[in-house]
Design a binder for this molecule. Structure first.
Ligand code: F6P
Length: 484
């Protein structure tokens, strides 16, 4: 990889501002520095789009070391924004991931509200906005990403009114009743209203936002538009995110991946069926519930460990946040219990990998697995479900998918489950286990068609086209209807 340091701050026509750079800095034992792909769906979705456009990407390098100079990475300019230890604790672990994350995910865990965390959120958002103001060329498009940076649009507009600013939320946007708990609800809404276009995964989320703006900020709204007193119109719409479908399929067809998939099956003892889960280790993902369901299918006598195994990849995530520690310990204990009770020598029921893997290994796992199990309690989209389908070019394999993942709105032919209903989940996992190949092919064909027609470049161009479309300003000055 070519990584050349830049001497001057670059100026770009297309700028992405995201909490993380697409690469994380790793300091090796000998003190040298290297970079590796950072975790999460946001990076895997945006990286191909940004590389194709030679844009600039502003983000945090993933540690609390010094601030590296901007550098080029295969056509993309990366502009690091540093974070101190305290900001990491208060902005990242605190306000982003112990306040907003649970609040936006249906209160699966209880959100914590601390005033000093909010202060850190403002400080770090301002730093990102100031960096974007320096990097964006005249009249550039700046695309701000996700819940960690909701104040950036308004802060940036104040500094650079010439810019076209878009914002995209990768996670769910909560119903008005839940959002109303946030002590800083009005500031967050006003932050987002600095954008010209606010994008969400699902139409329901965009509607929640427009309703909240009307109720809490008092602006006039009509359908997907918010009319601001200064004459600006902000549009809020759904743009369901996707993956690089052909890139994944190509990878899955490569000789190396096909051979590795065969090797994985052999290493697992050639069971009749391999179940697979792939997630960041997060309490929203429903990992515990799905492993329980799988264990019960064995203990109920539906199949044995010779017939079926479960491979669960859980990528380490936000490890110092207390709710993440709790779920990790719970899963460790459950896996130990299921393997202790049901496994045989050389045949554990669950192969549990607390680790992250490169794309090639993921494609091999998708190719090796017969049944992909994606059971979040709430998820903005879930790109793993789409990646699995992209790798099943043989039109085989089953997808068991939670109704509460955004992906369920598109992938209607999956085996849809309610992850709160363990018996219901067991029934669908068993149906997928016994399904005949024709039925699987019918479902997989339809899902693959849907994803290939709506891949990540389609997502990015739909958003950017809407952002750059000539939208007239409304001519009347609109007074706030109500405040609250
Ligand atoms: O989609 C939610 C998100 O926070 C993304 O912003 C990111 O890609 C992913 O989850 C990983 O999270 P983190 O940056 O906290 O490791």
């Amino acid at each position: 990889m070519t990584r050349n340091a830049r001497r001057r701050t670059p100026r770009a026509d297309l700028v992405v501002v995201a909490n993380r750079l697409p690469v994380d800095r790793v300091v090796e034992d000998d003190g040298s520095t290297s970079w590796r792909t950072s975790p999460g769906g946001l990076v895997s979705a945006l990286e191909p789009v940004m590389r194709a456009n030679h844009g600039a990407w502003i983000g945090w390098p993933g540690d609390t070391g010094d601030q590296p100079e901007p550098f080029d990475d295969e056509g993309l300019t990366l502009v690091p924004v540093a974070m101190s230890d305290r900001e990491y604790a208060e902005f990242y672990e605190g306000f982003s991931n112990a306040t907003l994350w649970p609040l936006y995910h249906d209160l699966i865990a209880k959100p914590e509200f601390h005033r000093e965390w909010w202060d850190a959120y403002e400080v770090v958002n301002r730093r990102f906005a100031e960096t974007a103001a320096k990097v964006a060329a005249d009249g550039a498009i700046v695309w701000v990403q996700d819940y960690q940076l909701q104040l950036v649009p308004a802060m940036l507009r104040e500094l650079r009114p010439d810019l076209r600013i878009g914002f995209y939320l990768h996670i769910p946007f909560p119903p008005t009743e839940l959002f109303g708990q946030l002590p800083w609800r009005r500031q967050v809404l006003e932050g987002l209203l600095g954008a010209d276009l606010v994008g969400f995964q699902l139409p329901g989320a965009a509607q929640n936002f427009v309703r909240l703006v009307r109720q809490r900020v008092g602006h006039k709204t009509h359908r997907d538009s918010v009319y601001l007193p200064d004459g600006r119109v902000v549009v809020a719409k759904a743009f369901p995110i996707s993956i690089d479908f052909s890139g994944f399929e190509e990878l899955a067809r490569s000789v190396e991946v096909v051979e590795r998939a065969e090797e994985i099956r052999r290493d697992l003892g050639e069971p009749r069926r391999i179940f697979l889960g792939v997630d960041r280790l997060d309490y929203t993902k429903g990992i515990y519930a799905r492993l329980r369901a799988f264990g019960e299918l064995i203990s109920d006598g539906h199949f044995t460990v010779e017939d079926a195994v479960f491979v669960q990849v859980a990528t380490p995530s936000r490890e110092r946040v207390s709710q993440y520690k709790i779920i990790r310990d719970d899963i460790d204990r459950l896996v130990g219990r299921i393997n202790g009770d049901l496994g045989r020598i050389g045949r554990p029921a669950i192969s549990y990998l607390h680790s992250s893997f490169p794309r090639e290994e993921m494609a091999a796992l998708y190719k090796a697995a017969d049944i992909m199990v994606v059971t979040p309690f709430r998820d903005g989209m879930n790109l793993v479900a789409k990646e699995y389908a992209a790798c099943r070019y043989g039109e085989d394999g089953a997808l068991v998918l939670s109704e509460f993942a955004g992906a369920a709105e598109e992938l209607r032919q999956a085996y849809l489950v309610n992850p709160y209903d363990i018996n219901g989940m067991k029934a669908k996992m068993l149906e997928a286990y016994h399904a005949d190949p024709k039925e699987l092919a019918r479902r997989m064909r339809a899902m693959r068609r849907c994803i290939s027609e709506n891949d990540v470049s389609h997502w990015a161009s739909a958003f950017l086209d809407e952002l750059t479309a000539n939208r007239p300003r409304h001519d009347k000055q609109v007074k706030p209807a109500r405040t609250g």
